[in-house]
Design a protein around this ligand. Structure first.
Ligand code: NAI
Ligand code: MG
Length: 334
């Protein structure tokens, strides 16, 4: 039976880069049906809702979604759509791999790091958000649970095991955030014992930032809480050539959403300038999740070849071509 994938083209550069990914999936011979639905600003303008019921139903029914970036209107009382989606579908694991490609403007050429970010708790739990009546005091609650910490740390080790990785580094700030980060670290140490064949390391988040910049090759799999994971994964994207090169998978028990790490890039939207690699790489993650590893390899090789040759790459990669030329270059190699 042909698998149906839910597709959310999204806002800003979203529709262009999603179109690119789908053309490439089709050319690679992936026999998918696509159910297109809307979310974000595009949906708000049409339906009055950021996350229409039909979109939620499609995400649930098809279990696998490929999603473009969504714009969350700022200062209008809307909660982030991405945060809502992750919570609503209990997409507790955010898997953000970065890998060096030859031909980018990145400073390093031997990076292969997977950040496993807890996706539902911590500083992004959304709990206890209060601003005082005079607007001069604000507070928010960070929540870490044993269940939440256990499942994300286990997910990181299982990922390491499946991908033949050597080391998992638990990143925390337990020296200051004694309760929340402390619980996360305690659980990480416990779970580490279940995986004696994998080296386990732990490190404080600020030191990780410095080491990622100085000597990133020492990192393999990083597992961390929500806020640190958000920040570190962008830092990691910078190590391999920027946000245009960074995909992310949001994975839960029953469904998964694959997306770019970056946002809707309003500054370059509608100008055919976006690098579609992030979403192409997200679709590669999706193929791996669907156990279609051969197709994933094929697309990765074609993409790597286009970037290495530099003949039809986008501006952020040092080239002078648009999204459509870049996409066609990948298709030509398939
Ligand atoms: P952004 O990630 O959209 O853009 C940051 C910078 O990176 C911009 O200069 C942009 O041009 C560049 N960039 C991003 N993707 C690129 C690509 N594929 N190729 C070339 N250059 C690229 O972050 P920003 O501007 O802070 O956020 C814009 C909107 O996106 C906001 O409404 C925000 O809420 C939303 N957003 C959505 C996310 C999602 O849906 N997963 C994630 C992050 C932000
Ligand atoms: Mg982010």
């Amino acid at each position: 039976m042909t698998k149906t994938i839910t597709v959310i083209p999204g806002d800003g550069i979203g529709p262009d880069i999603i179109d690119s990914a789908i053309k490439i999936l089709d050319k690679a011979g992936c026999d998918f049906n696509y159910e297109f639905v809307e979310a974000g600003l595009t949906a708000l303008e049409k339906t009055g809702e950021l996350l229409p019921e039909a979109t939620l139903a499609a995400i649930k029914n098809n279990a696998v979604t490929l999603k473009g970036p969504l714009t969350t209107p700022v200062g209008e009382g809307f909660t982030s759509i991405n945060v809502s989606l992750r919570k609503q579908f209990n997409l507790y694991a955010n898997l953000r791999p970065v890998k060096s490609f030859k031909g980018t403007k990145a400073r390093y050429d031997d990076i292969d790091i997977i950040t496993v970010r807890e996706n539902t708790e911590g500083m992004y739990s959304g709990l206890g958000q209060v601003t005082s009546a005079d607007g001069n005091e604000a507070e928010a609650m960070s929540k870490v649970t044993r269940t939440g910490a256990e499942r994300i740390v286990r997910f990181a080790y299982e990922t390491a095991r499946r991908e033949g990785r050597k080391k998992v580094t638990a990143v925390h700030k337990a020296n200051i955030l004694k309760s929340t980060s402390g619980l996360f670290l305690k659980v990480a140490r416990e779970i580490a014992k279940e995986y004696p064949e994998i080296e386990s390391d732990e490190m404080i988040v600020d030191a990780v930032c410095m080491k990622l910049v100085m000597n990133p090759e020492q990192f393999d799999v990083i597992v961390t809480t929500n806020l640190f994971g958000d920040i570190l994964s962008d830092l990691c994207a910078g190590l391999v050539g920027g946000l245009g090169m960074a995909p992310g998978a949001n994975i839960g028990e029953d469904c998964a959403i694959f997306e770019a790490v970056h946002g809707s890039a309003p500054d370059i939207a509608g100008q055919n300038l976006a690098n579609p690699s992030s979403v192409i790489l997200a679709s590669i993650q999706m193929l791996e999740y669907l156990e279609m590893g051969d197709k994933a390899k094929k697309i990765r090789a074609a993409l790597a070849d286009v970037i290495a040759s530099g003949d039809r790459t986008t501006r952020d990669l040092g080239g002078s071509h648009g999204t459509t030329d870049f996409t066609q270059a990948v298709i030509d190699r398939l």
